[in-house]
Design a protein around this ligand. Structure first.
Ligand SMILES: O=C(O)CCC(=O)C(=O)O
Ligand SMILES: [Fe+2]
Length: 331
């Protein structure tokens, strides 16, 4: 089956109008199209996705204000040295996204050889005890914290609509995924890829974000007009195709957890960010901003396994929280 036949748009990733799902006028058809494209390419672009455009624009403005601060100021909200507390600010080159490389020395060598030239700021829910948020000190960039948290919860609403569509597409009850995504252990990331010599990206001396798949169930991604996001063509492994920037669209992609959960029916497709072709000026590729929002899933006692006489023994726990607790216990 060719993915070209799905939705509209000329690229590999179909563009689907989410409105008939949101209004209820044609829920099943939209759900079916979304699932079809998650199965074929693992990605879809949604227009009329329900996240108010003024809120998206506002978040991009805050992101630009934050990343325009001097490095020393951004470092006042530092990402801890350990990758397991994924919050706060990471300076360019700090994070190296890799596909299944876990050896510390190997990661370090790859980071030094081909740094990911991006800076990021990670936010979770404010009452997360395991991975508390890391903010700038009070009085530095007032309003930024509130804007991040507001946007976090705005995206959480759309998350449930997308999960509803996914469930309907799979022939399940629309709220099938609700209990597993209720806690809201999601991750909002502000990303900034500074301008850099196009040549260094082309000859592999530097990367923006190296090829990888996402870990969670689903990622929602807002990208600016610059472009550069690419997905691996499922029909031609090793070949990457652009996910063009479509005005006011939301990119949605499946992660490894959903692929596994769906018994590989849905694809968690490898993607990366490169220099968008033809966009360079005087040999420099333009800067890019994007805002990914990853959904985390919660595991809890299955219906039918607990009752008044046999109460739940375990509190719901998010997949990431569980892994971190186990990791922490090994030290
Ligand atoms: O900036 C982008 O468009 C891609 C970001 C991404 O793939 C990620 O954060 O996992
Ligand atoms: Fe990603």
């Amino acid at each position: 089956m060719s993915s070209e036949s799905l939705g509209s748009g000329t690229g590999l990733v179909p563009i689907i109008d989410f409105e008939p799902f949101l209004t209820g006028s044609n829920k099943q058809a939209v759900a079916d199209e979304i699932l079809k494209s998650l199965k074929a390419v693992g990605f879809v672009q949604l227009i009329n996705h329900g996240v108010p455009q003024e809120k998206v624009d506002e978040m991009f403005r805050w992101s630009k204000s934050f990343f325009s601060l001097p490095l020393e100021t951004k470092q006042l909200a530092p990402h801890p040295p350990s990758g397991t507390h994924h919050r706060g600010y990471s300076a360019p080159g700090r994070e190296k996204v890799l596909q299944h490389v876990y050896d510390k020395e190997k990661v370090e060598a790859m980071r030094l050889n081909v740094p990911d030239v991006k800076e990021s700021f990670e936010v979770g829910r404010e009452d997360d005890k395991i991975m508390p948020n890391i903010w700038l000190p009070d009085g530095v960039l007032p309003g930024f914290k509130q804007a991040c948290l507001d946007f976090y919860w705005t995206c959480d609403i759309t998350k449930f609509r997308i999960l509803g569509a996914l469930a309907l597409g799979l022939g399940l009850d629309e709220n099938y995924f609700e209990s597993s995504h209720k806690v809201g252990d999601n991750q909002l990331r502000l990303l900034h890829y500074p301008s850099l010599p196009e040549q260094s990206l082309k000859n592999g001396e530097a990367a923006r974000i190296g090829q990888h798949s996402d870990f969670g169930s689903i990622t929602m991604l807002f990208q600016d007009a610059v472009g550069g996001l690419e997905v691996e063509d499922p029909n031609n492994p090793g070949e990457f195709k652009a996910v063009p920037s479509v005005e006011n669209a939301l990119v949605v992609n499946a992660g490894d957890f959903l692929m596994r959960w769906s018994n590989d029916l849905i694809r968690s497709t490898i993607h990366r960010v490169q220099a968008p072709p033809g966009s360079s000026k005087d040999g420099a590729t333009p800067e890019r901003y994007s805002i990914p929002y990853d959904f985390d899933t919660v595991v809890e006692c299955l219906p039918g396994t607990y009752s008044d006489v046999r109460p739940k023994r375990y509190e719901p726990i998010s997949a990431s929280e569980y892994i971190l607790q186990r990791l922490a216990a090994t030290y």
